[in-house]
Design a binder for this molecule. Structure first.
Ligand code: URP
Ligand code: ZN
Ligand code: ZN
Length: 471
């Protein structure tokens, strides 16, 4: 049976458009966009006074992420439900290759875990930690047949996740030749380790030292190195969770020379600063993510970068660990690092807040335009990672992933109202204007105000085309 839905009278806002029209959805895709489509015995949603946005695409989340000693507290089900309430209908999460494992095994394991639970459409980046000739030989097939066209590598966390420059370069060459892209966590892990050891030896164990041992110039150094390696390998490169002005300077310098260097930043770097680490007692552990929060000067540079396209994407790096041990246990909690900042699981929550925060603090505050806001949260991520125009667009033939957004509704961000399992909010008590009212995933209404209408397992795995080639 053909399923039709009509969204009537909304203000359609995309990365380039802004106009009022009706949208007819048939079998999950946009069938027609026109001024006055007759509503003949089909499901109608009145959108007068609301914006209609393409569903958000968040290309950096960590659901059920296992760091060995710690695991994030959102399952694929709770994390993607939270995403949907925040207007995000597609995520790209991570499949972590463990030592001795092949990337394909990592992908298959992750798919089996995620598929029955996921409530929005999803893809994976594979994190490469163990690079050898056999692993390199698998990558072309992953890109061309399995739809995984991006791979994250770590220049930080020696002995755990870090890969040396030679193996990053080898991976870049192989991936680049087949339409893939390498995403880099760019921090100088070796130097940071020295600083951590020095701090601990001096008895400096509090959360603030997480930030003090990860200086922004070491993000700048690694970012510059990552871009130079990619330049030599002739592959696009994408820097994840960019936080430092020194790192941004490396991106700007490369882009000015025509090098395909791209980067994302995250809401916490745009709205919070290093001052959060001065909170009393262990409270500051809530803000322990990597890279750490930076100075006002860095924050100012990031906003400028977003405005002038030196930064292309805002993603969340949603990596939630509870503050308290109960109810999910010590290994899902920041309390692991109560006596030693190095043991605090790195990561912060926020998958539900990206769109309201960026609308309020970006568009309403006059820092970015409305179209740019859609570009940063939906269209650019879809384009960058091989999902456009299926995702990231409101166009005939695109998936009907649509968000009805009230630009005038004010609400207060709080852990008591968000839908993630995590027990705190980085933005507790912050008032924002602009609220997600309804969310459609492929034409199906999954969020209606406070009501959840989706089901676990309804999210579809997305086989992506080339990454980093169409910006
Ligand atoms: O602190 C963070 N960002 N944790 C998640 C892992 C990563 O590096 O993205
Ligand atoms: Zn990272
Ligand atoms: Zn991350």
């Amino acid at each position: 049976m053909v399923r039709e839905v009509l969204i009537k009278g909304g203000r359609i806002v995309t990365a380039v458009d802004d106009y009022v029209a009706d949208i007819l959805v048939r079998d999950g895709r946009i069938e027609a966009i026109a001024r006055d489509i007759p509503a003949e015995s089909i499901e109608v949603h009145e959108a007068t006074g609301l914006m209609v946005l393409p569903g958000g695409v968040d290309v950096h989340t960590h659901m059920e992420f296992d760091l060995g000693n710690a695991q994030t507290c959102d399952t694929y089900e709770t994390g993607t439900r939270s995403a949907a309430f925040g207007g995000t209908t597609t995520i790209i999460d991570f499949a972590l290759q463990r030592q001795g494992q092949t990337p394909k095994q990592a992908l298959d394991q992750r798919l089996a875990l995620a598929a029955p639970q996921v409530c929005v459409d999803f893809g994976f980046h594979i994190i490469l930690t163990d690079v050898n000739p056999g692993v390199l030989a698998e990558l072309p097939d992953l890109i061309n047949h399995d739809g995984v066209s991006s791979f994250k590598m770590f220049m930080a966390y020696p002995g755990v996740l870090m890969v040396d420059d030679a193996n990053i370069f080898r991976s870049m060459r192989t991936v680049g030749n087949h339409g893939g892209m390498i995403n880099l966590h760019a921090e100088n892990g070796g130097v940071i380790q020295v600083l951590i050891e020095e701090a601990l030896a001096q008895g400096n164990t509090s959360p603030k030292y997480h930030a003090l041992t990860r200086p922004s110039i070491m993000e700048g150094e690694a970012s510059h190195r990552a871009i130079r390696l990619a330049e030599l390998a002739e592959i696009p490169v994408y820097l994840v969770h960019l936080s430092a002005e020194e790192a941004l300077a490396a991106v700007v310098e490369a882009r000015d020379r025509g090098i395909p260097a791209f980067a994302e930043t995250c809401p916490h770097y745009l709205f919070l600063t290093i001052e959060e680490y001065d909170r009393p007692g262990f409270e500051a552990a809530k803000y322990v993510m990597t890279p750490p929060l930076r100075s006002h000067k860095c924050q100012h540079a990031l906003w400028r970068g977003l405005k002038f396209d030196d930064l292309q994407i805002v993603s969340t790096d949603h990596c939630p660990f509870c503050f308290n041990e109960a109810p999910y246990g010590l290994n899902k909690s920041k309390q692991l690092g109560r006596d030693n900042f190095e043991q605090i699981p790195n990561g912060a929550p926020g998958v539900e807040l990206r769109i309201p925060l960026l609308f309020d603090g970006g568009v309403n505050a006059g820092r970015i335009s409305l179209n740019r806001f859609v570009q940063l949260t939906s269209t650019a991520p879809a384009k960058m990672f091989g999902l456009f125009p299926q995702k990231g667009a409101i166009a005939v033939g695109s998936d009907a992933d649509l968000v009805l957004f009230d630009p005038n509704k004010t609400h207060v961000l709080s852990a008591s109202t968000h839908h993630s399992n995590v027990d705190y909010s980085l933005y507790e008590g912050r008032e924002v204007t602009g609220k997600v009212e309804k969310v459609f995933l492929r034409g199906q209404l999954i969020v209606d105000g406070d009501q959840w209408l989706g089901q676990p397992g309804m999210g579809q795995f997305l086989k992506r085309s080339a990454s980093g080639r169409v910006m």
